[in-house]
Design a protein around this ligand. Structure first.
Ligand SMILES: [Zn+2]
Length: 467
């Protein structure tokens, strides 16, 4: 048995060592991405990755300005012109931190190897979010020379931040506090939607790109049940803490969250309606109607991804039982932790009231552990149209729709200041690729990096008037 284990280990090591990782035959972008993936930057340990990218930016001619630089919280801006010039600014945003890689043996390629194989760059952060950073870097670099030669109508900045994966407190929260007076923002473009061509409800297999105009707000809650009954389990009635918690959570997690079609979702569905066409399409186009609300309620019961767009979501992430001194003693306090994702327009107070109403237990106490930034969506304007034009230019026959993103990103930190904020990974993603985010075998296609650079380059050509 031991021998077999050793054999497997050796096979794994040889596979990793023998993986052809001569990246010099690829473009400069792929080479840099491979190197960047090689610098481990799990949230809280971004500094090395930050200094690496800051140097690359300086070498490429960017003006690099640190917003702050502390261990575990380093954030910098790389711009065509100094921020002090106060020029209206097109701001790209990316995060340098990654989530932990988990067990190495579950990866086909070593997670920080930046291995390029089968037309893909493999490794933690390749897709989320280092690939996007490299795309932004090379697209903006294309305007470096011309920015020296003459004064362009906009500054262009790439913001590299820490701590996105842990809620943004060490990154975008700090940066967004100086957004208005330091950056003169015209628009912020961060991570978010992408192109998909495997959407089941589409008859024509043309790619559909979603540009994020709104995200859900993340809130972490601690629910505690405290009772006076704590003692010998043989005399405990049904009102001891663990029983109350189980019953309360059962009610909460089995309650059907009410369907709310926000104005952001309405915009998304009606734009999709244009794409879908036919009878289905005309129903979707009337996304503000009661009929639509009823239909989406029924359809989404079997489709969790659609459900996420029209409901607040409550997920039980863990429970923390009390620590009785003996197995026959029940504890008098039990806690449960909830990850809650709120639709734009639903407040934290409203969801807490909802939980109290459903659980209906006077001993329940709810504490807010963390609360992400809340914001209504950006209504598509000039920069949305320019991004859409650039996408359609690169991906012929594609359609672009505004999108409500069912998860949370840093974008809300910036959106709350009333600046237009969009989320876009300017390339196609597959279902397989989406599953690999925050998971094993994360990858980005080599081709997508190059096409992404083309999309942002053509977007900048339009808005900088350099076509
Ligand atoms: Zn990300």
């Amino acid at each position: 048995m031991k021998f077999i284990k050793i054999l497997f280990f050796l096979l794994f090591v040889t596979k990793v060592l023998l993986a052809d990782n001569d990246v010099t035959k690829y473009s400069k972008a792929i080479q840099l991405l491979s190197e960047y993936i090689g610098i481990e930057s799990v949230s809280g340990n971004e500094n090395e990755a930050a200094y690496f990218m800051a140097k690359k930016c300086r070498d490429a001619g960017f003006v690099v300005e640190y917003i702050n630089d502390q261990p575990g919280s380093v954030n910098f801006a790389a711009s065509l012109y100094p921020l002090s010039w106060g020029k209206p600014n097109i701001i790209f945003h990316n995060h340098m931190d990654v989530v932990p890689e988990g067990k190495h043996e579950n990866w086909n390629y070593t997670p920080y190897g930046g291995v390029v194989d089968s037309g893909k760059v493999w490794g933690r952060g390749s897709m989320d979010n280092k690939g996007l950073a490299i795309i932004q870097f090379f697209a903006v670099s294309n305007f470096m020379e011309i920015a020296y030669e003459k004064e362009l109508p906009f500054n262009v900045t790439i913001l590299f931040v820490s701590g996105e994966e842990t809620g943004g407190e060490t990154g975008s929260m700090i940066v967004s506090n100086v957004l208005l007076n330091k950056f003169s923002p015209a628009v912020v473009i961060g991570e978010g939607g992408a192109g998909m061509d495997d959407l089941g409800f589409l008859t024509k297999k043309n790619p559909v790109f979603g540009i994020t105009i709104a995200e859900k707000q993340n809130v972490w809650l601690k629910l505690s049940w405290k009772t006076e009954v704590a003692g010998h389990a043989s005399i405990a009635e049904g009102d001891y803490a663990s029983m109350l918690m189980i019953n309360g959570l059962h009610k909460l997690l089995n309650s059907s969250m009410p369907v709310i079609v926000t104005q952001e979702a309405q915009l998304m569905f009606s734009s999709l309606g244009e794409v879908v066409g036919g009878v289905k399409g005309s129903v979707m186009k009337k996304s503000d109607s009661k009929v639509f609300r009823k239909i989406i309620d029924v359809i989404s019961r079997d489709d969790p991804e659609i459900r996420d767009l029209v409901t607040n979501k409550i997920t039980l992430t863990s429970i923390d039982g009390g620590t009785p001194t003996a197995i026959n003693q029940s504890s008098n306090i039990e806690s449960a932790f909830l990850d809650v994702r709120l639709l734009p327009g639903t407040s934290v107070e409203e969801i807490i009231a909802y939980i109290h109403e459903v659980v209906d237990d006077s001993v329940l106490e709810i504490e807010i552990l963390t609360e992400g930034a809340a914001s209504r969506g950006t209504m598509p304007e000039y920069f949305f149209d320019m991004l859409a034009d650039a996408l359609v230019g690169e991906y012929k026959n594609s359609k672009v729709i505004p999108m409500l993103f069912p998860a949370s990103t840093d974008n809300n930190f910036f959106r709350k200041f009333g600046v237009p904020v969009y989320g876009l990974n300017p390339f196609m993603v597959s279902g397989e690729q989406l599953k690999a985010i925050h998971n094993y075998n994360e990858f980005i296609d080599v081709e997508d990096v190059d096409r992404g650079i083309s999309v942002f380059t053509s977007f900048l050509s339009k808005v900088l008037d350099q076509e």
